[in-house]
Design a protein around this ligand. Sequence first.
Ligand code: GDP
Ligand code: CA
Length: 319
Amino acid sequence: MRFVQIVVLAGGTGGARFLRGVRAAAPEAEITAVVNTGDDVTMHGLRICPDLDTVMYTLGGGIDEERGWGRAGESWTVKEELAAYDADPTWFGLGDRDLATHLVRTRMLDAGYALSAVTAALCARWQPGVTLLPMSDQRVETHVVVTDPESGRPQAIHFQEWWVRHRAALDPAAFVQVGVDAARPAPGVVEAFAAADAILLAPSNPVVSIGTVLGVPGLREALLASPARVAGVSPIVGGAVVRGMADRCLPAMGIEVSAEGVGRHYGARSEGGLLDAWLVAEDDAADVPGVDVRARPLLMSSPEATTDLARAALGACAR
Ligand code: GDP
Ligand code: CA
């Protein structure tokens, strides 16, 4: 089956790599990426959208492949100068090249443009080959409830502070989407689901990437109303995360760190869940009632392997 309109729900690194595979597997299709913005943060007066930028740089050929985030050939002069002023936060990596993106974005947002319009403007340079949409134009920020090591009291800190500053070392009691009640899907998101003939959940973090996207009021409903089949790819391979902190997030939600645990968390579409199909690694047995579970190689270790994975996911959307 040849797909014409594909929608992919994505976070940062896992989502970006997967999208590269989808673009290679379906070069003629119109691909829309609906990307998590819960990681977004304001630092040094600049609005930073880590997952949108990771997808944009990865698909646009500007990513630092080794790090998986930020620009290739980056330098850190501004960061060093800020540190010399003791200007907080000193723990967040803002590269010189990357800063230009945040300067342009912040200027446009301050002038009144919506994040979706700003993203489109940034993509005019990067030409990612997909339509890149933020999940919402309204600000939604993921906060993590932790126990403050000094006072012993519960405290909510921004996701970036939990992840980048504390390296996810503080036990998360809960993840909160600050601002989500006032959020709506960004322009184009609902339309993309309605027109889709395949919907894919990238192997992104099920809690703070895919979960955050699905938390935008109306978005999950729009997805479920689509005539397209929905296939998800497990971010858990061989019972462990490939990269990142999903193994710190899933237990806080009472979800087992396994392909089966995440598959059951997403649930069968026939039972009010999300999935028609669920791709798991060949070593991960998974019983997800009501879902077409398919075992495939899931490691995006090369462009070819990633394209094969995307092809398998699209294949699972065929009727
Ligand atoms: P983030 O926003 O940068 O944290 O990235 P995402 O949420 O998009 O993706 C993070 C998830 O991608 C992690 O849970 C990883 O386990 C998963 N991941 C990374 N590389 C691979 C891979 O090669 N295959 C699969 N199946 N999952 C992967
Ligand atoms: Ca992220």
